[in-house]
Write a protein that binds this ligand. Structure first.
Ligand SMILES: Nc1nc2c(ncn2[C@@H]2O[C@H](COP(=O)(O)OP(=O)(O)O)[C@@H](O)[C@H]2O)c(=O)[nH]1
Ligand SMILES: [Mg+2]
Length: 290
């Protein structure tokens, strides 16, 4: 509770750009992020990174590779890296990631969250970030699997990485565009997710990626979509967090999930951490009074 209280008092001055990087293991997320960080550091941008370790999928924390690739940049000033284990799926990760992102957003220009593309984490990360980037690799047979899981509906940008391997990268890009049905979506959708080609290895396509991230953020700032998106994410986080803490029974003391969601929405100036704290205290009082 003391932590929630401190988090709720964070200044919101910096308003960092928050970017999620997702995609299958091996697609090159860490390498791409590392290259992106170098590019942004040249512009003297301050960067925070949260790397969500896929330790639950592997046999015992084989993440040294990721850490080392990121480590070259992390040793520089102006970059702060925090790793988190996805092991503890229920609860811990979402809370820790939200807290980490909130702290970093208050002090850095950019906050990146790298996560494994295996489903649940996408939805969680999509709620924290302004822009979600999906990294694919050439010939990715897992595309179909992602489509089935509905994961490809979330990203705001797609990057086919490893364009240095040859024509298969362009093919994958075309497949992705066709599979996403981006043509028809454009009719009733203001932002059409771009599908970029990049090579993290050769550091190609990075400028365009940064440009597109900036234009996506500008797009969100038009008509206060950014505010609404962040608000929706914050309310959902707070409600989920309360559900994890107090269960359906606890929430039902205050009228249930949607009632609590409505109340959190009414008080949109309150930070989500304060929302969890205050509504949580109410639930506790209601439970004690039963
Ligand atoms: N050829 C080529 N290989 C790459 C590129 N980016 C990453 N890789 C390699 O792909 C593998 C997985 O990269 P990594 O960044 O750990 O992927 P992650 O699991 O998505 O974070 C490593 O062997 C990288 O060296 C690229 O642009 N071109
Ligand atoms: Mg990685």
């Amino acid at each position: 509770m003391a932590l929630l209280d401190r988090l709720s008092r964070l200044p919101r001055s910096r308003n960092a750009r928050r970017v999620g990087i997702t995609g299958a293991p091996g697609a090159g997320k860490s390498t791409l992020l590392n290259a992106l960080i170098d590019a942004l550091r040249e512009q003297d941008q301050k960067i925070g990174v949260i790397a969500v370790d896929p330790s639950s999928q592997r046999s015992g924390g084989a993440l040294l590779g990721d850490r080392m690739r990121l480590g070259t940049s992390a040793r520089e000033q102006g970059v702060f890296l925090r790793s988190m284990a996805a092991r503890n799926r229920l609860g811990g990760l979402a809370d820790a990631t939200w807290a980490g992102a909130a702290v970093m957003a208050a002090v850095f220009d950019w906050v990146f969250i790298e996560t494994v593309g295996v489903g649940q984490s996408e939805g969680e990360v999509a709620r924290i970030v302004d822009s979600l980037v999906f990294v694919a690799q050439p010939g990715a047979g897992d595309m179909l699997q992602f489509m089935k899981a509905g994961i490809l509906e979330l990203p705001d940008l797609f990057v086919v990485n490893k364009s240095d391997v040859g024509p298969s990268a362009r093919r994958t890009r075309s497949e992705l565009i066709a599979g996403l049905d981006l043509g028809t979506a454009s009719a009733n959708q203001e932002w059409v997710p771009p599908v970029l080609l990049a090579s993290a290895r050769d550091r190609a396509g990075l400028d365009e990626l940064v440009d597109r991230l900036v234009s996506h953020r500008n797009h969100l700032e038009k008509g206060d979509q950014l505010g609404r998106r962040r608000q929706a994410g914050a309310v959902r986080f707070a409600t989920d967090s309360l559900l994890r803490r107090y269960g359906e029974f606890g929430l039902s003391r205050l009228g249930g999930f949607s009632q609590i969601e409505r109340r959190l929405n009414e008080n949109s100036d309150r930070s989500p951490f304060r929302g969890v704290l205050e509504v949580g205290q109410e639930i506790e009082r209601a439970l004690a009074g039963d």
